[in-house]
Design a protein. Sequence first.
Length: 758
Amino acid sequence: MRSPSPARSRLLVALLALLVAAPSARGSAQTPGITVGAPAPSWAEVIDPPPPRAEHVGALEQLLFDQQSQLSPEAQVDFHRVAYRVATTAGLASGSQISIEVSSREELVWHWARRVRDGVATDVLAQDRVRVIQPEARLDDGLYDERRSALLFVEDVRVGDVIDYAYSLREDSSLLGGRNASRIPIGWPGARRVRFAARWPRDRAVRTRLHELPRDYHVVESDGALRVDALDVPLAELADDAPAWIVGAPWVEISEFAAWSDVERWARPLYAIDDLDAVLANVPMDRLRAAGARDAQIEAALQFVQDEVRYLGVEVAHNAIVPHAPAEVARRRYGDCKDKALLLVAILRGLGVQAEPALASTTSGASLDDALPSPYAFDHVVVRIHLDGGPVWVDATRTFERGPLRDRPALTVRRALPIGGPEQTLVEVPLPIAAEPTQIVDERYVVAGAQSSLRATTLYRGPHAARLRSFADARRTESIGESALDFYRELGLDVRVREPLRIEDDARRGTVTVHEHYSLDEFWAVEERGLDAWAVIDHLPVPSESRPPGPLALPHPVHVVHRVSVANDRGWQIQNEHEVVETEELRVSRRVTVRGRELEIEVRLQTLADHVPADRVEVYRERALAADALARYSVIEHAEPSSWSRAIPWIVLGIPVLVVLGVIALGALRRRLGTRRSRAFRRMQSFAGGESAQAAIEVRDRDEAEREHRTARCCGARVEGGQWSQAQLGGARLFVHAATCASCGRAHRRYYRQRDAA
């Protein structure tokens, strides 16, 4: 569950403070659409909540979640019953407050609320205790929907009490043409009992489909009914990085729409443009036509709707589903996704361009292929534009998009239902691999003692550019420059601004370029200088070993290039290399090149899919760790071990390669303390096998290194976890393992040298 924003929290606090002044909710005459104290529907089967467990961990113990739905041509009525036990003192606050959310299309009947103590039930649903507020919790997201909350503050709640309440919500079916459709969660993780039932007249063609249902749920289907029952529901394990189409709990679809063509026919009159002239009268059509050729006019129209018609959804009653008239949207200059999409279609038709709105889902993606046809399968509206080279899909809610129409960021919805198109069914919305880089970072270091410098140039394209435009539009360039300076300082660089940060926005190409130039006191001020490809690391998900099972979401389409070059007047003793880590879902490569006195490291990441299937996550994780290692790179200036009198630079590269050799320090001790003492000191400080690059354990290959590493111990136990990387010392290839002891917190690095490395 996402935490509310600070602004939203303040709004809720203010509204709660006004509860005393809120009207009571006794009957529809006082609060339209909300009734308190009426009996439960006669068709609802009332069952007793199961007893509490002997042992329970948590503030509240969920005993019963029961939902029963009655479908008819007039309405869908959902009966809900909830029972929970206040298990600890921490549960008193949340357990003594009941909140029922009611949309502007629903009517609420609150049947009962009881406090059960020692087997004795007490009615706590007094009419003067129910308060109705309108928090508008979605206003921060640009949505105003008049959603209300009916609140009951239960008095005298104690640890061990059971709170038991029931209510019904009724939604009229006329908006769907007398048909029923819904998507309902039917599981509550950790509950003692969960029950769901749906009933409908046998002559109705109602279809149901269950999703993500565990094996221990009992399902009974018959003519006109569906029943799902489960006892002692296990706690759900949903990874934070799961794709959006994974709910993480059982849910059911119910629909009377037989095919997607039925949904399209239902939507067609709702998206009709009745008076095109009235729409165009409120749009600067002369400006749009003056933009140039047809593609330029389309780009101008899209930019007008995206940037000049702000996003605000007034989703009250039927307008939660039905768009407002385009002429009204054009006049008031605001609307939600369906309003803006229909307005854009109207403007394009005024320019002689064929286009239609299309229903889409921001979360379901390609999983819509397995969904029942239903208007509630969608939560978004996009636009398909017909051009000579093929259709172009655009999103009228995206702001700060620029560049050629066909080079705009691809939509990620994967499927859409065009309204008024020839197909009358779901169509694929292509999501191509990003051929051109969406972000290119070029960092150039010049090593010249106290006169060292860093010049950083970052080019953004597509969604990266749009986000930066939005970011820069609300901030001073000086403030952005300060943030950029802080970023490099957090990387351990002692930098000062040499030239102010500069942002170059090329609207024609659709790119934004950020230029930075810093002075650097001393590149070699630290033993190890990290040259990590942070732009690649930021876009490379690496799932943890303890991650719950299930598919893994990937940012897609992403194509990032990060180049780091270092000009060093003493040159480099590094071999050129090119390494690639590739899976079915992404490709990461690193190329190391030395040209004279300049070292260049280029790391590329390109995603090939938007998720990793569940059965491939472990394989992906292993390869992602290797890819992460390629993106991390360090250089260390050091004296050659065989020569104590002069410092000949050599470089250790790879990640994480923090080589603690101590040779320079030992040379200083030798001069200060004399030969005999320094030799004794060297013996005391000599490294055990594998603890330094010089004392690396010889192995045949990486597999042998991993087998050998199983003997590494700290605090009497194996050193678990950590990361493997590769490094080069002189002409030898090293396998490096870095980990932290879970007991003492000591950082471990162990080195293995490949015997026959060139």
